[in-house]
Write a protein that binds this ligand. Structure first.
Ligand code: DGL
Length: 273
């Protein structure tokens, strides 16, 4: 029996990888959910760490970084993109969707689930300055924050701690205490981790605010949304083997690869770009 070779032009684009990126290593918290939910998909992750944090940049600056990275991921064959960054989604997703035709999944702070979870109707949102001052966040509050009191707190400097891999340092905990204290003082019983870096210090946050405060993040919801989009577009990978996960970073830090492997949780292929 002869087997007809698959010509590259016939190869289904469903076999192509999914590109995921963030201003730095934070989006790895989302990547972990994507890999768990869609283990057969090949994943490409770009950490734009040299330009982190995005949180204090203008929307134009963030958009131009997003275009650079999207071009890179598309050149590597991405069939879909995940903007694993709340700040970049707020600043650039509309411009990206105008410029590229592939599916692009973004994210926003989990105000809706937090409002539903809160028992006393007071929720806190920890996020970057860029996210909190964006029109998208204002629209989110308008849609889902009407029946609750929402207390917001920009966490300047926290992304940098996580980029340096200081997940358990006292200085990181001090910063978290400084940012969570006002939310507790206002009575928040539910806190949104509105930046993809923050799930990596979830234990420290929980230590500071206490076990009774509910912490809400968005990684799993983004992975589910990605899965639905891939199904709708006929782009879900049919392979039965575990998909490869590859990383690129432009960080100049000596421990950049170590930080990525630590957050990813296993040895990884990491290249510079
Ligand atoms: N991880 C990002 C977010 O979800 C951005 C952090 C930053 O670069 O300021 O908002």
């Amino acid at each position: 029996m002869s087997v007809k070779p698959i010509l590259s032009s016939e190869r289904s684009i469903a076999m192509d990888p999914i590109g995921v990126f963030d201003s730095g290593v934070g989006g790895i918290s989302v990547l972990r959910h994507i890999h768990a939910l869609l283990p057969h998909e090949q994943l490409l992750y770009v950490a734009d760490s040299q330009y982190a944090p995005y949180g204090n940049k203008t929307a134009e600056e963030i958009q131009s970084r997003c275009f650079v990275i999207a071009d890179l991921l598309i050149a590597k064959g991405a069939k879909a993109l995940v903007v694993a960054c709340n700040t970049a989604t707020a600043a650039a997703i509309d411009a990206m969707r105008e410029r590229y035709s592939l599916p692009i999944i973004g994210m926003e702070p989990a105000v809706k689930p937090a409002a539903e979870a809160s028992k006393n109707g007071i929720i806190g949102v920890l996020a970057t300055v860029g996210t909190l001052k964006s029109a998208q966040f204002a629209a989110l509050l308008e849609s889902y924050g009407r029946n609750v009191e929402v207390v917001t707190q920009a966490c300047i400097g926290l992304v940098e701690c996580i980029e340096r891999g200081e997940l358990t340092a006292n200085s990181t905990k001090d910063l978290i205490r400084r940012y969570c204290t006002p939310l507790l003082a206002e009575g928040a019983d539910t806190i949104v981790l509105g930046c993809t870096h923050y799930p990596f210090v979830r234990d420290l946050i929980s230590d500071v605010v206490g076990k009774d405060i509910v912490l809400v993040e968005t990684g799993l919801a983004v992975a589910s949304q990605l899965k639905n989009r891939l199904i709708e577009a006929g782009l879900l990978c049919a392979s039965q083997s575990v998909g490869e996960v590859k990383f690129w970073t432009n960080s100049t830090a000596e421990n950049a690869a170590q930080v990525i492997e630590n957050l990813w949780g296993e040895r990884a292929e990491i290249k510079a770009f």
